[in-house]
Design a protein around this ligand. Structure first.
Ligand code: DGJ
Length: 510
């Protein structure tokens, strides 16, 4: 069997996903929640819809209710057909295991689980006030999910280990308790008053019960610990069968920043240390980014041993520029706008305000009308440049317009400074983001959207500098192939426009 995908640190110290022995840079998209529940629908609707986008990685849900409709009877027909379809399209898959929890609730468990609330009991908002969320403290439920997940991983090993079409699995989806800070079921009430577990006490140097140890954060820490332990049980059972990389994704902490308004106990950035402790079988923690602060969220999640992995990002056109920052500055392993099967269908997807309000998602971030042409340009350019970018990983700098007041940045180089002017944002267009590759002391290659480059001398150097040569070109293999040399009337256009593009400059004294 060839080596499975794995996470390891690269030569820069960044945690990276290796697939086929190479750092991965997945140009992805995530399907809508129900699209992968039927293989014919995938064949007839989904593959044709995503074909023009040029994805090489597709993220799709596999629901527990689909694979274990009757307790102990497993059916993998739909999954198998989807894997075969993906092979025909040369697309890699990331499976999203919708088991016990999806967005803080338990809608994807099989009917036999839904009907047996005595065995698979629910978390409670107040004593007796049930939720639609099976409690992470319900050991029977966690074991049942772990058995099903292990069966799926065993099946993947048997049918996919030689192809490795499936490269990674997300365990559950945006977990946490919605509506309250913590579970008030009988078991949770008792456990909450007990002393914190020894590993938590040692790692955080606290002691006493949860409240004594963590004060007003106690309910959220308590939930995080129990979700982490539950998910670790599930992940461990799966890895034992087939050791693919596993990750969890987070519904971000956002206004009003009260646990319960976002799922309490989910893997938000400040809880990653606790999650790492509780879920050592989880390899990565991923943010779902619908907020406007793409820069800040990347900062929070691309830390220490955590690779930047983006299973769900905004659907509006700024996603076509954000992708350059994710790969260029943070060496992201995957970038994936949500609901990708809707991007090319020319249907005006009226925002479902009720749903988006419930999910605390900014309506604008969900509007994918007009995004496809820009995303197609960005993905096409990145796909062709990928071998070159991978070869030049150590020489890349990414930049991004952080907000509407951000006018630009200065990239210091050995003999000059490169002043990047950001364009004003325009509705319905990407924003500014790009990548600068420092090929040599005076040679720079740029890719991205909506910026202009000006060459500045180092301060007090007394020199007059300019781009002595400006090239357009294409990427072939890991090489830049020069196209036209832009001079005369075209000279001085050191810029990228609304659609992603690239150019190279050679700087010198004039
Ligand atoms: C985030 C979830 O993770 C997705 O599955 C989906 O529900 C979107 N929100 C909103 O449609």
């Amino acid at each position: 069997m060839k080596q499975l995908p794995y996470f390891a640190k690269d030569e820069l110290g960044y945690s990276t996903l290796y697939v086929d022995g190479m750092p991965y840079m997945g140009l992805g998209g995530e399907l809508k929640n129900s699209s992968s529940s039927n293989a014919n629908y995938m064949r007839d609707k989904v593959w044709p819809a995503i074909e023009p986008l040029g994805l090489d990685t597709l993220l799709l849900p596999i629901a527990w209710e689909t694979i274990e409709p009757v307790q102990g009877d497993f059916c993998f027909d739909t999954l198998d057909q989807i894997i075969i379809q993906a092979r025909e399209k040369s697309v890699r898959l990331v499976l999203l295991w919708f088991g016990l929890w999806k967005n803080g609730e338990s809608h994807y468990v099989p009917l036999w689980v839904k009907r047996d609330k005595n065995t698979y009991w629910l978390a409670e908002h107040s004593i007796g006030g049930t939720s639609y969320c099976i409690s992470p403290l319900c050991e029977e439920a966690v074991q049942a999910d772990a058995r099903a997940f292990a069966k799926m991983m065993e099946h993947l090993r048997e049918m996919d280990k030689d192809h490795q079409t499936v490269i990674m699995v997300q365990v559950e989806n945006e977990v946490g308790f919605l509506g309250s800070e913590r579970d008030q079921s009988a078991k949770a009430v008792v456990d909450f008053c007990e002393n914190i577990p020894e590993p938590v006490a040692n790692a955080f140097m606290r002691n006493g019960n949860w409240t004594e140890a963590f004060g007003e954060d106690a309910p959220e820490f308590f939930m995080a610990w129990h979700y982490a332990r539950a998910i670790d049980t599930i992940a461990k059972a799966g890895k034992h069968q087939y050791a693919l990389p596993l990750f969890v994704n987070a519904w971000l902490e956002q206004h009003p920043r009260r646990p319960g308004y976002y799922p309490s106990g989910g893997p938000i950035a400040r809880l990653i240390p606790l999650w790492r402790l509780g879920a050592p079988n989880i390899d990565a923690f991923a943010p779902d980014i619908y907020v406007s602060d793409f820069f800040g969220t990347c900062q929070e999640y691309a830390v220490d041993n955590n690779p930047l992995l983006l299973p769900e990002v905004r659907r509006d056109p700024v996603t076509a520029s954000n992708v350059f920052y994710a790969f260029g500055q943070k060496l992201a392993v995957l970038f994936s706008p949500f609901g990708i099967d809707e991007f090319t269908d020319n249907v005006d997807h009226k925002p479902n305000h009720k749903l988006l309000t419930e999910l605390n998602i900014d309506v604008e971030s969900f509007n994918c009308s007009g995004t496809a042409p820009y995303l197609i340009s960005s993905y096409a350019l990145l796909r062709s440049a990928r071998p070159y970018l991978l070869k030049n990983r150590m020489r890349m700098t990414g930049f991004i317009k952080k907000d509407q007041h951000d006018r630009g940045c200065v990239l210091p180089m050995p003999h000059c400074d490169l002043l990047i002017h950001y364009q004003s944002d325009e509705p319905g267009k990407p924003s500014t983001a790009g990548i600068c590759v420092q090929e040599g002391a005076d040679s720079f290659l740029f890719l991205g959207c909506r910026f202009r480059v000006e060459v500045l001398p180092k301060r007090n150097s007394g020199k007059r500098l300019a781009a002595l040569r400006l090239e357009e070109g294409i990427f072939r293999g890991d090489e830049w192939i020069t196209g036209r040399i832009l001079n005369g009337d075209e000279r001085g256009l050191l810029s990228c426009g609304d659609h992603a593009s690239c150019f190279r400059i050679i700087v010198g004294t004039i």
